[in-house]
Design a protein around this ligand. Structure first.
Ligand code: NAP
Ligand code: MG
Length: 487
């Protein structure tokens, strides 16, 4: 790739060219494993943003008229380029936000698969024929693009999330301005480079880095941005939703979670422990779908707890680039401090710290933002660590008597993103599926992740009730014309 790895300074991509911000200032992105500089990204201004939106608006006039197949072909090319650069992109991700190389490669492969899925969408139907009340007329619906889409993304899936917003936006005929998280700005630049190399017409894809309150809020406010798709925290999401709604723009918000995993008395405990480990601690607990509340029925509580602790003791914390590392550092100093704050809260409010709660002591790891996997016991529903999203490697164990109580505890939070149950009883499965307030419902499977062809999103405060991915993306990234031709 032709990245500026020597200078480690990454540029905006506006109107088909890589350019510096008009502020002539940059923001730094840090490797959380050792505090080295991963790179610098542009501290853009509203002027830069206006330029990108203007370019996207102009480009959309012709891009929107191209056939879906043509648009899809360019996505296939971007997929091939990303696949060719998979190792480099994945390593950049690990160096920038800390997840293990194995996970970073998995995520980048997923980015490739998402691009190919939406490339195929270019050949699929974009409307329906609807019977007219008079037999000789033709009535049909036709999906049409929205215009310029603003995408605002977080640092925790720095390849997959930008791609699952940008790819459907493009294939359905929109043009895009992406504002990635600053802590993942270098990875975003490498992703956009794949689009640039694929040969999209100028102005169709634009990257503008900078502070959230300037560029993110700027996208939400911009009169020429028809729709805003956001993934990130509830605090920021709410503000973006209100700003977009106030000017009548379409918006979509995917936000936090406090996801429960219920272990029933008849659960397969080995599988349940594996799911809690993977869903709760992979990516250092920094997934919106991570399991943070482990709700266990009293019949298996003691046994489950022992097996979980035995498994956690074997976890190797370290630099994500090392082959034997299972869990990397928190993604940034800010994230590390947030996790420490919640651990302190848990102790103060009377939860029992079973393991972790501290950082690894080796000389090598002292430089990074590492936190050991942490488990609290005797957590009750009103405690802060049972209510608020931590976004770190912290599990809250909660004991319940019955399935009814388990579901009540599971639902007793403001979020409703993902939830899981481990049981062999079909009746319990069906009750759980009916009663749980979650957009993603898992049975005998971890809470984290979703297949890319299926709808993704949460209930309650976890989302704006819209869905991403799969066919659901078409709902958001297009609008409908209903056409009647008098026969
Ligand atoms: P965040 O602080 O809300 O940031 C998300 C994005 O918004 C970043 O690009 C950020 O830019 C930007 N931003 C920050 N302040 C802004 C403002 N005032 N106006 C407009 N934009 C602003 O979230 P994060 O810390 O990056 O990500 C973690 C959160 O994302 C967690 O809550 C997690 O649950 C959620 N998440 C949800 C999903 C889901 O699909 N439900 C998936 C992944 C993550 P800067 O980086 O420059 O500040
Ligand atoms: Mg970083």
């Amino acid at each position: 790739m032709t990245t500026k790895s020597q200078t480690k300074t990454y540029l905006n991509y506006i109107n088909g060219s890589w350019q510096a911000a008009s502020s002539e200032e940059t923001l730094v992105s840090i490797n959380p494993a050792n505090r080295e500089v991963s790179g610098y990204v542009q501290r853009s201004t509203r002027e830069d943003l206006n330029e990108a939106v203007q370019a996207a608006k102009e480009a959309q006039k012709t891009w929107g008229k191209r056939s879906g197949a043509e648009r899809g072909n360019l996505l296939y090319k971007a997929a091939d380029i990303l696949e060719k650069n998979l190792d480099e992109v994945a390593e950049t991700m690990t160096r920038e936000m800390g997840k293990t190389l194995l996970e970073a490669k998995g995520e980048t492969s997923r980015g490739v698969a998402i691009l190919r899925y939406y490339a195929g969408e270019g050949m699929r139907k974009m409307g329906d024929v609807i019977p007219a009340s008079d037999g000789s007329s033709l009535q049909f619906s036709k999906r049409v693009p929205l215009g310029v889409v603003g995408a605002i993304t977080p640092w925790n899936f720095p390849v997959a999330i930008p791609i699952w917003k940008v790819a459907p936006a493009l294939v359905y005929g929109n043009t895009v301005v992406l504002k990635p998280a600053t802590d993942a700005g270098v990875t975003a630049a490498k992703v956009i480079e794949c689009f640039a190399q694929a040969g999209f017409p100028i102005g169709v894809v634009n990257l503008v880095t900078g502070s959230g309150s300037v560029i993110g809020q700027g996208l939400a406010e911009h009169k020429d941005v028809a729709a805003v798709t956001f993934t990130g925290s509830n605090k920021v999401g709410k503000q973006i939703g209100q700003t977009a709604a106030a000017r009548g723009a379409k918006y979509q918000l995917e936000m936090g979670g406090k996801n429960p995993i219920i272990i029933a008395n008849d659960a397969d405990l080995d599988e349940a422990v594996a799911a809690v480990l993977s869903g709760g601690l992979r990516s250092t607990g920094q997934k919106c779908t991570c399991s943070s509340r482990v709700i266990v029925q009293n019949g298996v509580y003691k046994e489950f707890k022992e097996r979980l602790l035995a498994a956690i003791k074997k976890i190797k914390v370290g630099n994500g680039l090392d082959d034997d590392t299972w869990m990397g550092p928190c993604a940034s100093e800010e994230q590390y401090n947030t996790v420490k704050y919640y651990i302190q809260k848990g102790i103060e409010e009377g939860a029992e710290l079973l393991i972790g709660g501290d950082s690894p002591q080796s000389e090598e790891l002292k430089q990074g933002f590492y936190m050991n996997p942490t488990v609290f016991d005797k957590v009750t529903g009103s405690m802060t660590i049972a209510q608020e999203e931590i976004f770190g490697p912290v599990l809250a164990l909660m004991k319940v008597e019955t399935l009814e109580e388990a579901i009540k505890v599971a639902n007793d939070v403001e979020f409703g993103l993902s939830a899981s149950i481990f049981t062999k009883d079909i009746g319990k499965m069906l009750t759980f599926i009916d009663e749980i307030d979650a957009g993603l419902v898992r049975v005998n499977f971890e809470t984290a992740g979703v297949e890319l062809q299926a709808p993704f999103g949460g209930m309650k405060a976890s989302s704006s009730q819209s869905r991403e991915q799969g066919e659901a993306a078409k709902e958001f990234f297009t609008t409908t014309k209903t056409v009647f031709i008098k026969g």
